[in-house]
Design a protein around this ligand. Structure first.
Ligand SMILES: O=C(O)c1ccccc1N[C@@H]1O[C@H](COP(=O)(O)O)[C@@H](O)[C@H]1O
Length: 206
């Protein structure tokens, strides 16, 4: 069963809609330049309102250790997602499970890059260029995905209710991660699109 994470949650209502639709995880963006940015105080309210068995994921983009620690102190978080140029040493320094995002665009050697993060729970592959921010809403050529990599692969980048079934069937990834593809406007999730997404994911796995 392919897992689903919906990223960029900014309200309790959106978190409830994601959980009710049957997604596995919500993502909270702690990157101030993002339209989906939430403060630790807002995120704490959202996480406290989550039902059991829905994973809360904190997305950081080149944050410093102080910001990550401050967020961890204030918010009940299950997993960290590092979406920038964070070193493996930095990612593991919080003693918290993490996933590392990799921008596939222009990446020379996936295995060499991803192997540095050998203690990550999984590797998220997005369409952005190395060093640039993700969440662009752009897809990439899924045939570039590594085959048979030792860790779970999470596919991101431009996924929508219309292309998610094709993406899962073509790639057999462990999980998909969506943000802009299930929004009604930037930072606001659409209940209709979230339900349509989960219907598609369930349809092809029935
Ligand atoms: O969502 C953001 O604003 C964001 C900012 C900086 C880095 C990553 C961000 N989002 C992540 O990008 C991918 C793809 O998003 P999309 O579906 O193409 O909009 C996803 O992992 C988001 O979590």
């Amino acid at each position: 069963m392919t897992r689903v994470k919906i990223c960029g949650i900014t309200s309790i209502e959106d978190a409830h809609n994601v959980a009710a639709a049957g997604a596995d995880a919500i993502g909270l963006v702690f990157y101030a330049k993002s339209s989906r940015y939430v403060t630790p105080e807002q995120a704490a309210k959202i996480c406290n309102a989550l039902p059991p068995f829905v994973t809360s994921v904190a997305l950081f983009m080149n944050a410093d250790a102080e910001q990550v620690n401050d967020t961890l102190n204030k918010v009940k978080l299950d997993l960290l997602q590092f979406h920038g140029a964070e070193s493996a040493e930095f990612c593991r320094s919080f003693n918290k499970p993490y996933i590392k995002a990799v921008g596939i665009n222009g990446l020379k050697n996936f295995t060499e890059y991803a192997d540095q993060y050998h203690d990550a729970l999984g590797i998220l592959i997005d369409s952005h260029a190395l060093g640039k921010a993700g969440g662009t809403g752009e897809t990439f050529d899924w045939t570039l995905l590594p085959k048979g990599y030792a860790k779970p692969i999470i596919l991101a980048g431009g996924l929508t209710p219309d292309n998610v079934a094709e993406a899962i069937m073509q790639t057999s990834v462990y999980a998909v991660d969506l943000s802009s593809g299930v929004e009604s406007s930037s930072g606001i999730k659409s209940k209709v699109k979230i339900n349509a997404l989960m219907k598609e994911v369930n349809r092809i796995q029935a």
